[in-house]
Design a protein around this ligand. Structure first.
Ligand code: NAD
Ligand SMILES: O=C(O)C(=O)C[C@@H](O)[C@H](O)[C@H](O)COP(=O)(O)O
Ligand code: ZN
Length: 369
């Protein structure tokens, strides 16, 4: 299979997303044109470093680039002020200058944190995303949302800062834990649910074989990236259409905060539960048929993913506390919650016209399982 390129066309901030096999070993050759003879600093996590960092450094060295690396602890808790401070101070200690290059090698946690560090270091240095999870390849490495979490809510501290290049090597997904692969799948399915019923239909068959079929996997990554690139090109800073990429996230982010950004609930799992809730709310409000949420929940269950609040292990705060957490969502306007709802699979839209009683009813039903 050949390497494919999706261009994200944003004027002076345009960049390529390169997708295919063997890209990690080609990284030096892909990056050298951007880097020139400038310095390269890699931010990664300890799990990814053990599996893939030596090959990246070897590839950079072969292209004549010297690289230093910082490996942070793996996991969502790393998207914190403390780890951001550690990364920025390390980059300063490395004397990374404005024209140098930061490489984010890892999943969405590392991409979001290293991207934010790059946005604020010397008021902005360039960075390259080398996403190593399915979630990061289909979603977080593209579009320039960077940031960290606050105890009050997900991604509440951050900046838009577009990468200069994205290298998505689908081979590196082979070392992912099955649960992390499945969590990333939550974002893949989201694309079909928000805007492409044909893609969702294809996933209903192809989803279960993605992890073992490189051709299907590359197609899923390419299609997801192309959908995201299109939306980001039309609405880079989420003034309108980009909010559709938030399908399921008003619920999912509140559940992630409620579970302490821990491995009780991974981001992509929260998205799967949140997408199911968004369709259940849509059906309850009479916007779509009851078949739609049933089909969404059945697909996530077939993928071995959680689809209900009841699937989250351990205790959760009550509905009023969850709704209060949703009140910190960045889509809130004039104090009013806004949701991405749907008129059917692939037909999503943004609304603040949601009956609170309907919201409480779907939360209660999802808790019952
Ligand atoms: N910026 C955006 O647009 C955007 C979009 C979606 C999600 N996100 C963010 O992304 C984060 C979730 O990202 P994630 O699911 O990639 O989580 P993650 O970065 O924590 O990675 C999941 C786990 O997989 C491990 N891992 C990564 N690559 C591996 C590999 N190739 N082999 C073996 N292990 C590997 C990591 O060490 C980690 O333990 C959340 O914080 C979410 O908010 C951001
Ligand atoms: O790129 C976007 O826009 C998204 O909403 C993609 C989401 O999958 C991602 O989780 C994003 O970080 C959520 O954005 P937020 O603005 O709600 O924090
Ligand atoms: Zn997401």
């Amino acid at each position: 299979m050949s390497i494919e390129t999706v261009r994200v066309d944003l004027g002076t901030r345009s960049y390529d997303v390169r997708i295919g096999q063997g890209l990690l070993d080609r990284a030096g050759a892909e990056i050298v044109a951007l880097a020139g003879k400038r310095r390269v600093a890699i931010v990664t996590d300890t799990t990814v470093a053990a599996a893939h960092l030596p090959r990246l450094i070897a590839s950079l060295n072969t292209a004549g680039l010297q690289a230093e690396a910082l490996a942070l602890p793996a996991g969502e808790a790393t998207k914190s002020w403390d780890r951001l401070g550690q990364a920025v101070e390390w980059l300063i200690a490395q004397r990374i200058e404005r024209k140098d290059l930061v490489i984010a090698l890892g999943g969405g946690v590392i991409g979001d944190l290293a991207g934010f560090a790059s946005a604020i270091l010397r008021r902005g240095v360039r960075f390259v995303q080398i996403p190593t999870t399915l979630l990061a390849q289909v979603d977080s490495s593209v579009g320039g949302k960077t940031g960290i979490n606050s105890p009050q809510g997900k991604n509440l501290i951050g900046a838009f800062h577009q990468p200069s290049l994205v290298l998505a090597d689908i081979d590196v997904l082979g070392t992912l834990a099955p649960r992390d692969f499945r969590a990333g799948y939550g974002e893949v399915a989201k694309y079909g649910l928000l805007g492409d019923e044909g893609f969702f239909e294809w996933l209903e068959t192809a989803g279960p074989v993605l992890a073992t079929d490189p051709e299907a996997l590359q197609r899923a990554v390419r299609h997801s990236v192309a959908m995201k690139a299109g939306i980001v090109q039309r609405d880079e800073t989420e003034q309108g259409e980009r909010a559709l990429l938030n399908l399921g996230h008003t619920f999912g982010h509140a559940l992630e905060s409620a579970t302490g950004y821990s491995d009780r609930l991974l981001h992509g799992e929260g998205v799967a539960i949140g997408c199911t809730l968004a369709f259940e709310l849509s059906a309850r409000l009479g916007l779509c048929s009851q078949e739609a949420p049933s089909r969404v929940a059945a697909h996530f269950a077939a993928m071995g993913m959680p689809a209900r609040i009841a699937d989250i292990p351990g205790d959760l705060p009550g509905d009023e506390a969850l709704i209060a957490l949703m009140g910190q969502d960045k889509k809130v306007m004039d104090g009013k919650l806004r949701f991405i709802l749907a008129r059917g699979i692939g037909q999503s839209f943004v609304t603040d016209d949601v009956d609170p009683a309907a919201l409480r009813a779907v939360l209660a039903a999802s808790r019952r399982g």
